[in-house]
Design a binder for this molecule. Sequence first.
Ligand code: AMP
Length: 178
Amino acid sequence: MTLSNKIKSAIRIVPDFPKQGIMFKDIATIFLDPQLIRECDLALSEYWLDKGIHKILAIDSRGFLFSPQMATHLNAGVVMVRKKGKLPPPVIGISYELEYGKATIEVVETMISPGDLVIIHDDLLATGGTAHAAACLATSLGAKVVGFSFLIELAFLNGREKLREISEDIHVVCTFQD
Ligand code: AMP
């Protein structure tokens, strides 16, 4: 079985969560299977080997799950991008639209330096609003966004189109076409 199909078999799809009409892809069940954790980690990491990545910007909260493991393969750091109010100062934030509502994310501004080569990592690409906002934060601090990394993409929401204006390098392990 391909890794993509293993992921599709392992996750839970929960209708109408957290809002009516959303088919929530719950990746938590992947973490019951150590072999699958390892395969996902390797697939996520290998793509970025030898690309000189300094930092992985990990998006709150499921983006935190694989980022430290990826960072050890890439010899990179991890910077948490968190929902408003979770991080101690000095922070900068940005507000944006997402698939189900509005949100503000923040980063500790001293964690990113001008010239840093960064990737943005999250569990899932939906509309692209969250990853795009994280990339804007990184860019505003002088970092270069080399690309984006997701375990899962909901291709029918066209999040890629929004991200392409920042980087064409978008790595996804498992795609849902509908
Ligand atoms: P977006 O900004 O629209 O790309 O949404 C991405 C963020 O929302 C990620 O952090 C996901 O964890 C979460 N998300 C959006 N839609 C879903 C979904 N259908 N299932 C699981 N998580 C989702």
